[in-house]
Design a binder for this molecule. Sequence first.
Ligand SMILES: Cc1ncc(COP(=O)(O)O)c(C=O)c1O
Length: 400
Amino acid sequence: MSIDPRLAIDGGRPVRESYLVFGSPDLQQPEIDEVMATLKTGWIGTGPKVARFEEEFRRYVGAQHAVALSSCTAGLHLGMIALGVKPGDEVIVPSMTFVATANSVIHVGATPVLVDCEPGTMLIDPKAVEAAITEKTRVIVPVHFAGRPADMTALEAIARPRGIKLLEDAAHAIETVHQGRKVGTIADATAFSFYVTKNVITGEGGMVTTQDEELAAWIKVAGLHGMSKDAWKRYSDQGYKHYEVVFPGFKYNMMDLQASIGLHQLARVEENWEKRRRLWDRYLAAFGDLPLDLPPEIRPGDRHAYHLFIVEVQTEKLRMDRDEVMMALHKENIGTGIHYRAVHVHPYYRETYGYRPGQLPVSDRISERTLSLPFSTRMTEEDIEDTFAAVRKVLEAAAR
Ligand SMILES: Cc1ncc(COP(=O)(O)O)c(C=O)c1O
């Protein structure tokens, strides 16, 4: 059927009849079978499947150690404690991130120092990091935004001579490589996410990788009430064993039910990466003539995880702002996302730390213009064509 040029928001016929959900998880039969099998074993909590998932993830990343947790936020929180962040310390975080990155600093009583990002790549700006360092700085948290690697080489050069630790937020970046080095092997610790919209999902879930054996062992214990190593085996067929509490820890463990999904998702991680890479190229080709700033080229030596396809809407050329474009797409039955409104524009951060809109100009500008298009490997050819058509329809109407 031909496209109705009148926008659905103005009463026209939407580009498609059913709603295309943004970030729809790509779950397949092997995950479903594995979850069923796990349910039937009667052991659904932390157990052998989590241990297998940790080992397979560790091998995929090429790290020395991997510890599965209930979320990436849990990993960031435990990472902060493990790297010695204490009340009164400062941790440098890009404002262009999901709030969990900054919230986890507050959870240990420290102060998040929000810095600006570079235009285009939306990655933490090493010059801004250097300018924000004080005597209280303990950790820098680079975010590999949308799956593109932050400049770890520059950040290492800033952090290492000063004894500052690096904690990578790799929620978007399972497949990411920085200048030949795999994300998850560079910083002192790295936190990954398996949240429902991510490249590998477990529903909720996370993983910390590190090259430091002691740090990994501590995170493992701290993530399960602070109970001594392998406490999860206390009800297994090996007979009851006493555990000892060595730290008042947290309830951050992953379940075998979650790992059952993750194992099969991880098995398809490269196949899915390749699908998104092809879709990325098609998006770049399809939208070149529209009033959008498209993602910049990928630096030679880097590998992008292609987690999110983010455009910036050139609102100065349109009669709609970004939110209106988003709503118009929604009415055309295309779900989109916003990644993100910067951390410093949120009320808690403004009121507690005195941040003002305009203070981090690049992040402010992105906050007002950014829009993430549907990018799930579950999308059919029809879903992709509908997205092309709806984005074109809305932006051409908005440009008039
Ligand atoms: C950049 C970033 N950091 C951290 C998180 C938190 O991940 P989780 O939901 O697994 O705690 C997310 C999740 O959306 C994220 O996008």
